[in-house]
Write a protein that binds this ligand. Structure first.
Ligand code: GLN
Length: 484
């Protein structure tokens, strides 16, 4: 059962081969057995999950079930959940219980999905390794001495190690795609505005976007269909018709034009990653696709632009954590300013403080024009590069990450090395485009390698189709780590 796809689980539930309570218990037991090693979950809600499972079983019996009713899910701990603490992996929010559900959480509740708990992440979604967490790093199930990728590392591990059949994440600069690649699962970040940010704790609002983790593109399509949709409570939510992201899964790939950005295939990618990517592209050619070289000349500016824009927005968003209304408050202080200062000094971790400092600096008088405004101009150039590339191809492909999962602690002393891990993912966020990572092979140490597919705006269903076509003829997405 733990290997089953969402469609298979729905069929088993529908045919009464298993109840949601039984299925939920199966996954809760796996979490109890493996989470002490993997640290994928910050909070496990045994009682809530079983209550939701009982309600799902009633719906299944009454014939009012949908495709996800009764199926367990894990939510990244950045999504607010009414009654269950939402920590954002920060000491600041260690004991914060939201009075409402995030839009995504509410949608999945309404669909009858059963929340198992909240997953580990980099604090406030700032990181690429899930090591910037107050709750201890999540561990890669393929090799527990290695990182999971970040920031949605816990959600990726939950799916990779079969602690949950599906999980939600968020992707500001790569946080769904990169951990998906490093743990061997499929993850999609839709176009900016497709998934409501309501109740998703803000990091960099113009880049943050909710996304889906699954064992396969087919599973991601089902989950994304439930997550997406217009929400008037998010001013950047797009007023579009609801979509069925599974609708195009089985379209043939003959004639597909895959663009390969020459900048992605220049220096920087490890040889083992390149070999897996080349083999995946050869498979696509066998399916009738053609590859064409394209250019993203400004892609090299994505990391510097991102590390001005994202910290700028973060410094503003995180000013709400002042110890007054909610979150950590220092025990001893002399006056209000001292209380603010001490609460923030104690509540935030080092990377979060670094970004608040950088963000405050680039927004300050005299530097705003030199940094922030320049970065916004670069953002436009990067978005235009993609549009020019899409004149010659239907999707863009390349690596998700330049390396396989590295050893815990290896890059912790050098923030720039860590930032460079997102070299292939960040431009996609700056442009607001959809991106997907699917497992396409293995590199050194038998560790997973992810292929990134980038589509034009609102091309999610097509991206999922391109990934599904690959998964129909390959088994990389079925490999399961031997943990426990
Ligand atoms: N690693 C990037 C950062 O640290 C992206 C994180 C994310 O997508 N949330 O900001």
């Amino acid at each position: 059962m733990i290997q089953a796809s969402l469609t298979e689980l729905a069929a088993a539930l529908g045919a009464r081969k298993i109840s949601s309570v039984e299925l939920t218990t199966l996954f809760l037991d796996r979490i109890d057995a493996l989470n002490p090693t993997l640290n994928a979950f910050i909070t496990v809600d045994h009682d809530g999950a079983l209550a939701a499972a009982r309600a799902a079983d009633a719906r299944l019996a009454a014939g009012t079930a949908g495709p996800l009713t009764g199926i367990p899910i894990a939510h990244k701990d950045v999504f607010c959940t009414e009654g269950v603490r939402t920590t954002c992996a920060s000491k600041m929010l260690e004991n914060f219980v939201s009075p409402y559900d995030a839009h995504v959480v509410g949608q999945l509740k309404a669909a009858g999905a059963v929340m198992l708990g909240k997953t580990n992440m980099d604090e406030f979604a700032m990181g690429s390794s899930n090591e910037n967490t107050f709750f201890g790093a999540a561990r890669n199930p393929w090799d527990t001495t290695r990182v999971t990728g970040g920031s949605s590392g816990g959600s990726a591990v939950a799916v990779a190690a079969r602690l949950s059949p599906m999980a939600t994440g968020t992707d500001t600069g790569g946080s769904v795609r990169q951990p998906a690649a490093l743990t061997g699962v499929t993850g999609i970040k839709p176009s900016y505005g497709v998934v409501s940010r309501y109740g998703m704790i803000a990091y960099a609002s113009s880049l943050d976007q909710g996304g889906a983790f699954g064992r396969s593109a087919e599973d991601c399509a089902l989950l994304l269909t439930a997550m997406a949709g217009f929400d008037p409570r998010d001013s950047t939510s797009l007023e579009r018709e609801r979509e069925d992201y599974s609708r195009a899964l089985n379209q043939p790939l003959a004639g597909l034009r895959i663009g390969l950005p020459k900048e992605f295939f220049a220096d920087g990618m490890d040889d083992d990653v390149r070999a897996a990517i080349d083999a995946a592209l050869a498979h696509y050619r066998q399916l009738g696709a053609t590859t064409v070289e394209v250019s993203l000349p400004n892609a090299k500016l994505a990391i510097p632009a991102y590390y001005v824009i994202a910290p700028a927005e973060a410094s503003s968003n995180l000013s709400r954590f002042d110890g007054v209304r909610y979150g950590h408050r220092a025990a001893d202080y002399t006056d209000l300013a001292d209380m603010y200062g001490k609460s923030r000094a104690e509540g935030f971790g080092a990377e979060v403080k670094r970004r608040i400092l950088v963000g405050t600096y680039v927004l300050s008088h005299g530097y705003y024009d030199a940094y922030y405004l320049q970065a916004q101009k670069l953002r436009r150039l990067i978005a235009e590069d993609f549009q020019r590339a899409f004149e010659h191809c239907d999707v863009i492909a390349g690596p998700t990450s330049p390396t396989v999962a590295w050893t815990l602690g290896e890059k912790n002393d050098d923030p720039v090395q860590m930032y460079l891990q997102d070299i292939y993912t960040i431009a996609v966020n700056l442009a607001g485009l959809p991106g997907l990572s699917l497992p396409c092979g293995t590199g050194a140490g038998d560790l997973p390698v992810g292929l990134q597919l980038i589509g034009n705006y609102f091309d999610e269903a097509h991206l999922l189709n391109v990934a599904h076509g690959f998964q129909q003829g390959t088994d990389w997405h079925r490999r399961t780590p031997a943990v426990g």
